[in-house]
Unconditional design. Structure first.
Length: 222
């Protein structure tokens, strides 16, 4: 079941939305205050946040801007002002869609569907491990927002370890999956590539992403 947070200070609108969204089998939480809405959005995992623009204590644009610095949750902005400026503003700060009040509930539901479909597609090709983000379609690997250049073998090695996170992957499995059967299992080729990969992923606090399991293989613990 998807979780939706509504930040809206007009109870007649939020109550109506809650009823309609619950009927569509979404879990709904309502916050009426801007700051409280932002706190709630940062604290818990929401699949979607519906944000009013004019709110007590913090406006919707500011909430969206701060939220998007830390989270990927999609945002649909609501506003009474059907002005082009508001729309441009909302989309520039990272809102996923924008709808002007008054709106037909069918239109909002349709837009929510679109956001969820886009999100599901995105989740299928974006893989995360701690601060490492991998785009499986472009094979781009990023850490702390910086691209890490990996060779094909290093990339495959990383993907196998991440796909099997919290499980030990043996040297034999890695050899077989990445280099095929031709290699003798006593070659230390996997160890060499693990060393390359570790060097490329290393950071200042020396966090070890890939751990060695003595005489067995490797593990990435989440
Ligand atoms: Ca309002």
């Amino acid at each position: 079941m998807k979780n939706i947070l509504i930040v809206e200070d007009e109870p007649n609108i939020s109550d109506f939305l809650k009823g309609e969204l619950e009927y569509e089998r979404y879990n709904v939480c309502i916050k009426e205050d801007g700051r409280e809405g932002l706190e709630e959005a940062l604290k818990n995992e929401y699949d979607l946040i519906i944000l009013d623009v004019i709110l007590p204590s913090m406006n919707g644009f500011e909430i969206c801007r701060r939220l998007k610095r830390e989270k990927q949750s999609p945002v649909i902005m609501l506003s009474a002002k059907d002005s082009v400026m508001d729309k441009v503003n909302g989309l520039q700060i990272g809102a996923d869609d924008y709808i002007a009040k008054p709106f037909a509930i069918e239109e909002l539901l349709a837009r929510i569907e679109v956001v969820f479909r886009r999100q599901d597609k995105f989740n299928n090709y974006i893989v995360r491990f701690k601060d490492i983000i991998i785009n499986k379609s472009s094979r781009v690997v990023e850490k702390d927002g910086n691209e890490i250049n990996l060779t094909n073998k290093e990339y495959e090695l990383l993907m196998i370890l991440i796909d099997n996170k919290d499980k030990v992957v043996t040297r034999e499995e890695l050899l077989e999956k990445i280099w095929g059967y031709g290699y003798e299992s006593e070659t230390n080729v996997t160890d060499v590539y693990i060393r390359y990969l570790r060097a490329k992923l290393s950071n200042e606090n020396k966090e070890e992403y890939i751990q060695t399991v003595r005489s067995v293989g490797y593990i990435m613990r989440s």
